[in-house]
Design a protein. Structure first.
Lengths: 420, 420
């Protein structure tokens, strides 16, 4: 590592700058409020703030709340936000208007959605899940089946075992399309078809898909889905999540978290619950409006950029990172923790290194922000709307320097603390 | 109504101004961003914005999110907000630190809390509720018992029937302390003792209590409670709600909505759920941070004002309104829709009038903002932190004018639309 490697022509910083100059998405970076001196490769965890989001949340607080007061529920359209923003999300994930609502957290939405699915398959007891998935999905389903007390079981299967796990005893297949750690993409169309072939329902978690890769829920005939808006959709910290239910299920669909926002006549104040028609019955209680309005700016950017163009650039950014690491750090102990082909992975790359934790801490100290997942995974996210090719080149350059100088060995980076 | 009534001396506007001049809470109005020309009597629905809330949410978006990015989960304390703000709420409702978390909506919190209570009384099947309560509480419990599928039933009882409804078959008594419509206060201490006497658990909804009247959960030996922060605590539209569980229940407590924020080691990413110790196990998923940080300003004001002083002023404001309506509108068809004594009611007053809907619309058009609940209830809230005695006088004066001029008969006020 002592001498600079000879890079292929297309791996020079000038080549990266040339790619930026020709980038049709290049202007979007100006729509984000990013700190100076930072290469932000953690948009797969929390997307950065659109400038319009800051302006919008301030406006909502200082005008709609302060001046409009309670009348803003109607006049500023607050009460309709779960539907209106849901419709915008629908357009990004291959769903129709009226099939998506924005509300609550992914975990709560998964509880509702899977409960609805299980109620539609009352004679089946098996739920197929990927055990290595981001674990809140497991926790939610574990809590749900214990609450139901009807003998449901989770059949855990890893990526290549999923097809054989889907048998005629399966009520629902509940999978995350893009793996939070390895970044591998499951085949939504094929697995959904396999589920349907045995009479099971397909539920997809889109947390690492929405805004990152093209998703075609209706094209894949998906039954239900959930996802978050604070990663690639840049909705803000903890911005409300979403639920999708295919229209064909709306009439029969029931869910346990029945509250006034899901009632057919919420302002009639009737004593007994009667569900709204359509996707509205998947709502429960009052929504956090300031967080919700802030999220619209990110949806707006995603729409204008187009998921297809964003995906192409994200693949190119990730490929550049991968090639640069291979060319410049080929003997530094890094290995890929996920698919080598861009077709097979989502918006981030997992790099494994036995010293991943202090290396990531050292990188962060130098302005390259990724994150770490124990025991050895460094995650680098390639959100295409605010990253330049030159940023990727610079990030790897800093990684090279971190390894060459041994910066990561500094005791300051050894102390273990939670890296979110 | 054609001639002005002769008012008792203490019901003049000058008397109201004198009360304002001597009001120890009078300065708090300067901490709120209120529109000019409005008397806001709907803080029992949505409290107005503290100036500090606007500044805080803008700071969180423009600094913590934009500059701190993902590191703000730790460095800005986002991940700890449910606990830290929960502890502040605890101080306002007679709970200890570590007994309250701020999270999600009241409806979702009630689902978790009542599920936890029912699991502690596995041999009992009856839940006592007030059927006229704000109905989301009913809806939530209806959904919960249908999901459990174990034969639970709700025994609906109105105020005076509650004591006799609490028998040895009761698992939990689930009541709202201050009625959303009539404003009547249920006796928390007595009813909790009645529940305990038969071995039942007591669950209280504090939506119309928190910040409005002194609440002493531990003094009353309450088991569980929920409540919202966007009414008298001025947390902002849909600001997250809270859950209380008495410490004695923490170890045995289980709940259905198990997610990663309630896990004992959320960043260990373990496959299987294991609950956090303490109140943290009542959390589920990621919280809407912008809405949450905005709510702290209102908690801060409530702490500094003191619930006792706030309650005394609220009672005085309500009594002034009541006396003025009686003196000046005694023959205009208004009747009280709730308790006549301030001891027996919360922070708002229900006025019944057969033409309540157009009268309220006319009032709103003149800057007096209350709300309406079908068929005949006009609600007027007396939040003490930003209302002056003179505001109450002016509001009634406008109500008098509305009735005398027949303004409310204007067809513009007849069209029915939802008044939230």
């Amino acid at each position: 590592m002592a001498t600079a490697p000879v890079l292929p022509t297309d791996l020079t910083r000038d080549a990266a700058l040339a790619l930026d100059a020709a980038d049709p998405l290049g202007a979007f970076i100006d729509e984000f409020q990013l700190p100076r001196g930072v290469v932000y490769l953690n948009g797969n965890s929390l997307g950065p703030s659109p400038k319009a989001a800051i302006a919008r949340v301030t406006e909502a607080a200082a005008e709609e709340w302060s001046t409009g007061l309670v009348t803003s529920w109607n006049r500023a359209g607050w009460f309709q936000l779960p539907y209106r923003l849901g419709d915008r999300i629908a357009g990004l994930i291959g769903a129709e208007a009226g099939e998506v609502v924005m509300t609550d957290s992914t975990s709560l939405n998964l509880f509702r959605i899977v409960a609805a699915a299980l109620a539609m398959r009352p004679d089946r007891r098996v739920i197929v899940m990927e055990g290595s998935n981001f674990p809140t999905d497991n926790y939610v389903i574990q809590g749900l089946i214990e609450t139901l007390g009807r003998g449901h079981v989770i059949r855990f299967a890893e990526k290549n075992e999923i097809a054989s796990a889907i048998g005629p005893d399966v009520a629902a297949v509940v999978l995350t399309q893009v793996h939070y750690k390895s970044s591998h993409i499951l085949d939504m169309a094929a697995i959904t078809a396999q589920a349907h072939a045995v009479g099971a329902l397909a539920v997809w978690d889109l947390c690492h898909s929405a805004g990152a890769i093209p998703v075609d829920l209706n094209g894949c005939n998906v039954d239900f889905a959930v996802g978050c808006t604070y990663k690639y959709l840049n909705g803000g910290p903890g911005s409300p999540a979403f639920q999708f239910a295919a229209k064909r299920h709306h009439e029969a669909m029931t869910q346990p978290l029945t509250g006034w926002w899901g009632h057919g006549a919420p302002f009639a104040f009737e004593r007994d619950y009667a569900p709204a028609s359509g996707i509205g019955r998947m709502l429960t209680g009052t929504q956090p409006i300031l967080s919700m309005v802030a999220a619209e700016a990110g949806l707006d950017i995603a729409e204008r950029a187009g998921v297809g163009a964003a995906r192409e650039k994200s693949r190119a950014l990730g490929k550049l990172f991968q090639d640069l690491v291979e060319a410049r750090l080929g003997d530094a102990g890094f290995t890929l923790g996920g698919p080598a082909q861009t077709d097979d992975r989502g918006g981030h790359i997992a790099l494994e290194h036995v010293n991943g934790y202090p290396i990531m801490k050292a990188l962060i100290s130098r302005g390259v922000i990724g994150d770490f997942r124990a025991p050895t995974t460094m995650r680098f996210g390639f959100s295409p709307l605010y990253l330049r090719y030159a940023d990727i080149w610079d990030a790897v350059d800093i990684l090279v320097a971190t390894m060459e100088t041994g910066l990561w060995r500094d005791p300051a980076f050894a102390a273990v603390e939670a890296v979110t």
